[in-house]
Design a protein around this ligand. Structure first.
Ligand code: AMP
Length: 445
């Protein structure tokens, strides 16, 4: 399939070809024709699948036809959960709309009101924003949505997680009822179904799942860790890999992100932190530096890195496992984007086993355990409920035998349930190329 066959107009096709895109991704091929027909849509696609263009392109196509409505409010509004994601969507609008005249801008929390008032005081076509600040503008009457034709909710699941449900309802209530609405979400639970029922009319569902979602070429690995010290030693080993060109290291807290980044920086690595306590300017600078290749190791928290689109991220390292399985999927989606291959490595200590269980149940697959000689865990991971099927007593790795045994039992011992700790399950042993055997290049904390 080609972009031409999707009936996109010449200036859009020219921009896509300037971006080097040759064909639509599956989510684009499915969503764009429906969106162009004016249908309401629920799109389920992971980040990294070309989701942004699947709503930005039809929105731009709509803007090629002048509005008959009076007023100067936006004709298209995209709501995003985070400022970073909003900035990326705005960049996509400018990129894909560079051969047409689009008046666009973003309205984000943490940014000066003056510029935003300025933007909204003039006629504008396309606004991308975070719900909280948009509500502020509605209350101040600086934002008028009476001319709105298309409302888009990007990463709606995350917006609900972040408590924006009421804000979304208020924003939607300020839009004309006959508008078109597109909603993108990675998950579809009760809360999401309710909001979709309130905001969308007769929506069509477009889901990119299973095989198609595997367009993300990501190799996932698990390293069982004893403690923080062990995690630091493994991290030192991994970042010395020459194949690691750019990495995002995820930590559980903002404080840890700062600490890990500053320790790596003091060791001479091009490292920086990214988290919600940093000013918007500092966050933008850090992302810009990573895009330019001035930052190789970005140590981030989930919210700050949500939707982050930096090309060429070779590795994602989960220094700490996320509490929510959805975040795991979002984290690893920072690599392996648009056909490139990526590696996602997760550390798991005993106190994180429950998170690992959740992730494996959610993704429906077990993470393959890797060990690095000299950096093996000193004890196996004890699993209670685990695995995609939520079975009990899953085999865990025995570092001495380089194999799995049932609940630490003897591998291959007779008398157990077949396939349940009785078979030998090989762990991938990564032989090290050069470097120090004990990985003791220093602590990252
Ligand atoms: P997204 O899922 O929207 O975050 O997009 C992931 C990445 O894929 C971005 O870097 C886009 O620039 C890129 N991309 C989107 N659509 C295409 C396409 N049709 N061909 C090649 N790359 C694409």
């Amino acid at each position: 399939m080609s972009f031409e066959s999707l009936n996109l107009s010449a200036p859009i096709l020219k921009a896509l070809s300037a971006c080097g895109y040759t064909a639509p991704t599956p989510i684009q091929a499915q969503s764009i024709p429906l969106a162009l027909e004016g249908k309401d849509l629920i799109g389920s696609a992971q980040t990294g699948t070309g989701k942004t263009a699947s709503f930005v392109l039809p929105a731009l196509q709509r803007l090629l036809v002048p509005s008959e409505a009076r007023g100067k409010g936006p004709r298209v509004l995209v709501l995003t959960p985070t400022r970073e994601l909003a900035t990326q969507v705005t960049d996509a609008v400018r990129n894909y709309g560079k051969f047409m005249r689009v008046r666009s801008g973003h309205i984000l929390g943490g940014m000066p009101y003056r510029d935003q008032m300025d933007l909204l005081s003039r006629p504008v076509d396309f606004i991308v924003g975070t719900p909280g600040r948009l509500i502020d503008h509605l209350e101040r009457r600086s934002l008028n949505l009476s001319r709105l034709e298309l409302l888009i909710l990007d990463e709606a699941d995350r917006m609900l997680d972040m408590g924006f449900s009421e804000d979304i309802d208020r924003i939607a209530a300020a839009c004309p009822e006959n508008r078109q609405t597109l909603l993108f979400t990675a998950t579809m639970d009760d809360a999401m179904a309710k909001i979709a029922a309130r905001l969308l009319t007769d929506p069509v569902r477009v889901a990119i799942e299973g095989k198609q979602a595997e367009k993300l070429h990501i190799e996932e690995r698990l390293h069982v860790t004893d403690d923080m010290r062990h995690k630091n030693r493994l991290l030192q080993h991994l970042i010395s890999d020459v194949n690691l060109t750019k990495a995002i290291i995820f930590s559980a807290t903002k404080k840890d992100a700062d600490q890990i980044a500053s320790e790596l920086y003091s060791q001479g690595h091009a490292a920086a932190a990214l988290h919600g306590d940093m000013s918007q300017g500092a966050r933008n600078r850090t992302i810009y530096n990573m895009r330019r290749g001035k930052v190789r190791l970005l140590v981030a928290t989930d919210v700050a890195a949500r939707g982050l689109d930096v090309s060429g991220i070779s590795h994602v390292i989960n220094f700490d496992l996320p509490k929510f399985a959805e975040d795991y999927v979002h984290r690893i989606g920072r690599t392996g984007r648009a056909g490139a291959t990526g590696v996602a490595i997760s550390f798991c200590s005993m106190n994180e086993v429950a998170y690992l269980d959740r992730i494996e149940r959610y993704t429906g697959k077990s993470l393959e355990q890797h060990v690095i000689p000299g950096l093996e865990p000193s004890r196996p991971l004890r699993r209670v409920n685990s695995g995609p099927g939520g079975k009990k007593g899953r085999p865990s790795f025995d570092p001495r035998k380089k194999s799995f045994g049932a609940k630490g039992g003897r591998p291959g011992a007779p008398g157990g349930k077949p396939g349940f700790g009785r078979r030998e399950q090989q762990v991938v042993v990564e032989y090290r190329r050069g470097g120090r055997r004990d990985g003791s290049a220093g602590s990252a904390r």
